[in-house]
Design a protein around this ligand. Structure first.
Ligand code: BF8
Ligand code: SF4
Length: 618
C-alpha cells in the first residue's frame, strides 16, 4: 500500500505510517485482502433470500431456481438495503422518543427538556394543543404522537405537514406517501420474501416510500427530539482533526450516533470529582473528542471538538493517546476492538443492540445515563497510567471550524426570514445550494472527492451544506469558517461575507439531513413551487452505508437531484439502473447521477442547477 495514495490528510498519513510500524491492520489493508470484489455481489445479482438458492444469475443462467430474473433480484436486494438504512436512522429516532417519553412522565432525572420553546412549536406544528398547557404535559402528547409515526394505522407521518402541496400530490399519485416507519420497513421485508413483489419497478417505488418514512419521520423525529432534549444548535466555534487529542490529558472518544449517550459522557467529563481523580493519576485534565455522527451532534450543540470521520476512527486509536472509546451504535468498525488492544485503549459499548466481542459493556438506560457515564469516565481515567508515552504520537495543528447551523440558527443569521437568502438566489449571487453528505469509503482516496466537490461548488457561487462525515473533510480544509469566503465565487463571497457565515455550512449529523429537507420545503413553499423546481442538489461522493443509500433515495423521492460517487449494487439490472439514472426523473422530478470524479460531478450538478434556474425564470 502506498500511503500517499490512501488519504489527502497529513494526520491520516502520519497515523497510517505509525499503524504500519506498530503492526496494526486497518480498513485499507483489509480492502486489499478483499479485492477483487465478487462481481455477482457488486452488481446485485446474487440472491440469498431462500434455500432453493443461493442463486447468482448470469447470461448463461438468467433466472434463479424460483424463476426470478436479474431485475427482480436486484430490486429486492436494493429494497432490503434501503430498509436497513431506514431502520438504522429510525430506530435511533425511536430511542430519542423513549427518552422524551420518560422525561415527560417523570421517569428520569438524567434527561430534561432543554428547549421548551421548540417543544411547544413542534407540538403545535403536528396538531397538538399547546395553549395554556405545561411543557411536560405537551411532551407526553408529542412523544405519543411520534411513537405512532412508527406504527401502522396513522395513515401518513406527522411531518407530512411540512411537505409542499405539489410534492404530496406526486407521492399520493404514485402511492408512496409514507404511512409509518415500521410499517414501510416491515412491508419491504414482506415484499422481498420469495414469491411476493416480482415487479422490479414496483419494488423500487416501495424502496422510495420506505426511505421517505426515514427522511420525513425517523430521521426528522430524531433531530427534532434531540433539539428538544439537548438544545437547538446555535453557531459556535471549535476545532477538528487528530490534533484535538491532548498528550497530557485523559483522552476519551465518543463514537456512534445517538446523543443520548454522548451528552451524558460530556457532562461526566466536567464533573469536578472526576477531574480531580484525573489529576491524581498524573493527567492535566480530561479531554473529550467526537468521531462520526455523535461527534457531529456534540459539535453542533456544544462545540466539542471532532477528532475525525469514518476512516479516521481506527487511526485515532493509533495515536496511542486514547484511553477509552465509548460507542452507541452504527458505523463503528468491529476492528476498533483489535486496534484498541494493540494499545491501552479500552472500548466500551452502551447499547444492548450493538455489542462488540472483546469490548466492555456498560448499558445506558434513560434512568441511569449519568451514573453510567461517570463509570465510563472513571474507567478512562484509571487507564491513563497504562499509556506508553513512547508509543504516543499526536499529529499537531487542529483546524478552526464554525458549526451549529440549525435551521433556527440560519434563520437568525438571515435576520429572521428566508427573504435575504431567496433574494440572493433570485439575483444569482447564490446560484443554488448543494448538500454534500455521508461517508468515507477506502475505495476512494480518503476525502478527496468530498473536499474537491465542495471546493468546486463554492467557486461556482453554489452554497454548500455539509453533514455527517463530510463535515470533518470540509472542516479540516478550513472551509467551515467565515474566512473561507476567499475560496468562493464573487456572489457567494459577497452574501456570506455580509452575513458573516462560511460558504460551507455545517448542519449536523446524518439524521440532521432532515433539517435540509425542511429547509428545501420552506424555500419551495416561500416560492410557491415544488422542491424539484429548486436549484438544489444533494451529493454523497464517498458513501458506503445502507443509511447513506436511504438518504440518497429519500432526497430523490423528495425531488432533489442526487449525486453519488459510485452506484449501489444495482448495475446487474437494466430496469433498476435506468429507473435510478433517469426513470425516476419522470416519476418524482429527480434522479441519481453517478460520477466518481468530483470535478466532473461539479460540472454536471452545475448544469442541473442552471436548468432549474432557467425553468424558474432566473
Ligand atoms: O450516519 S456519514 S460513515 S457516521 S453513515 Fe456513518 Fe456515513 Fe459517517 Fe453517521 Ni452517516
Ligand atoms: Fe434463488 Fe429465487 Fe431463492 Fe432467490 S428467491 S435464492 S433467486 S430460488
Amino acid at each position: 500500500l502506498n500511503i500517499e495514495e490512501l488519504s489527502i490528510w497529513e494526520d491520516a498519513k502520519q497515523m497510517l505510517l505509525k499503524a504500519k510500524n506498530d503492526g496494526v491492520e486497518t480498513a485499507w489493508d483489509r480492502l486489499q485482502q478483499q479485492a477483487p470484489h465478487c462481481k455477482f455481489g457488486e452488481s446485485g445479482v446474487c440472491c440469498r433470500i431462500c434455500t432453493m438458492g443461493p442463486c447468482r444469475v448470469s447470461k448463461k443462467a438468467p433466472r434463479g431456481v424460483c424463476g426470478a430474473d436479474a431485475d427482480v433480484i436486484v430490486a429486492r436486494n436494493f429494497g432490503r438495503f434501503i430498509a436497513g438504512g431506514a431502520a438504522g436512522h429510525s430506530d435511533h429516532g425511536r430511542d430519542c422518543i423513549e427518552a422524551l417519553h420518560a422525561v415527560a412522565h417523570g421517569e428520569t432525572k438524567d434527561y430534561t427538556i432543554k428547549d421548551a420553546e421548540k417543544l411547544m412549536r413542534i407540538a403545535k406544528e403536528v396538531g397538538i394543543e399547546t395553549e395554556g398547557r405545561e411543557p411536560l404535559e405537551v411532551a407526553k402528547d408529542l412523544a405519543a404522537d411520534f411513537f405512532e409515526n412508527y406504527g401502522t394505522t396513522k395513515g401518513e407521518v406527522s411531518f407530512i405537514v411540512r411537505v409542499p402541496e405539489k410534492r404530496r400530490k406526486i407521492w399520493d399519485k404514485l402511492g408512496i406517501t409514507p404511512r409509518g416507519v415500521d410499517r414501510e420497513i416491515a412491508e419491504m421485508m414482506h415484499r422481498t420474501h420469495m414469491g411476493c413483489d416480482n415487479d422490479a419497478a414496483n419494488t423500487v417505488l416501495h424502496a422510495a416510500r420506505t426511505s421517505l418514512a426515514d427522511g420525513w419521520a425517523g430521521s426528522m423525529i430524531a433531530t427534532e427530539v434531540s433539539d428538544i432534549l439537548f438544545g437547538t444548535p446555535t453557531p459556535n466555534k471549535t476545532q477538528v482533526n487528530l490534533g484535538v487529542l491532548k498528550e497530557d490529558h485523559v483522552n476519551i472518544l465518543v463514537h456512534g450516533h445517538n446523543p443520548i449517550v454522548s451528552e451524558k459522557i460530556m457532562e461526566a467529563v466536567n464533573d469536578p470529582e472526576l477531574i480531580a481523580l484525573a489529576k491524581e493519576k498524573g493527567a492535566k485534565g480530561i479531554n473529550l473528542a467526537g468521531l462520526c455522527c455523535t461527534g457531529n451532534e456534540l459539535m453542533m450543540r456544544h462545540g466539542i471538538p471532532m477528532a475525525g470521520n469514518h476512516l479516521m476512527t481506527e487511526l485515532a486509536i493509533v495515536t496511542g493517546a486514547v484511553e477509552l472509546i465509548v460507542v452507541d451504535y452504527q458505523c463503528i468498525m468491529p476492528s476498533l476492538v483489535q486496534v484498541g488492544s494493540c494499545y491501552h485503549t479500552k472500548m466500551v459499548t452502551t447499547a444492548d443492540k450493538a455489542r462488540f466481542t472483546g469490548a466492555e459493556h456498560i448499558k445506558f438506560e434513560i434512568h441511569n445515563g449519568m451514573e453510567q457515564a461517570k463509570k465510563v469516565v472513571r474507567m478512562a481515567i484509571e487507564r491513563f497510567p497504562l499509556r506508553d508515552p513512547a508509543r504516543v504520537k499526536i499529529p499537531n495543528g487542529p483546524v478552526e471550524v464554525v458549526t451549529g447551523f440549525s435551521n433556527e440558527a440560519l434563520l437568525d443569521a438571515l435576520g429572521g426570514s428566508l427573504t435575504p437568502l431567496i433574494d440572493a438566489i433570485k439575483a444569482g449571487k447564490i446560484r443554488g445550494a448543494v448538500a454534500i453528505v455521508g461517508c468515507n469509503n477506502p475505495k476512494y482516496k480518503h476525502d478527496y472527492c468530498n473536499l474537491n466537490l465542495a471546493k468546486e461548488l463554492i467557486k461556482r457561487d453554489i452554497l454548500v451544506i455539509v453533514t455527517g462525515c463530510v463535515t470533518v473533510a470540509a472542516g479540516k480544509a478550513g472551509l467551515l469558517v467565515p474566512d473561507a469566503i476567499d475560496q468562493a465565487g464573487p456572489g457567494l463571497k459577497e452574501i456570506c461575507g455580509a452575513l458573516g457565515i462560511p460558504p460551507v455550512i455545517h448542519m449536523g449529523s446524518c439524521v440532521d439531513n432532515a433539517r435540509i429537507l425542511q429547509l428545501c420545503a420552506l424555500i419551495a413553499d416561500e416560492l410557491g413551487v415544488d422542491i424539484s423546481d429548486l436549484p438544489v442538489a444533494a451529493s454523497s461522493p464517498e458513501w458506503y452505508s445502507e443509511k447513506a443509500a436511504a438518504i440518497g433515495t429519500y432526497a430523490v423521492a423528495s425531488g432533489i437531484y442526487t449525486h453519488l460517487g459510485h452506484p449501489p449494487n444495482i448495475t446487474g439490472s437494466e430496469v433498476v439502473t435506468n429507473l435510478a439514472l433517469s426513470g425516476l426523473d419522470e416519476l418524482v422530478g429527480a434522479c441519481f447521477l453517478i460520477e466518481p470524479d468530483p470535478f466532473k460531478a461539479a460540472e454536471l450538478i452545475d448544469e442541473r442547477i442552471k436548468s432549474k434556474r432557467l425553468a424558474l425564470g432566473l
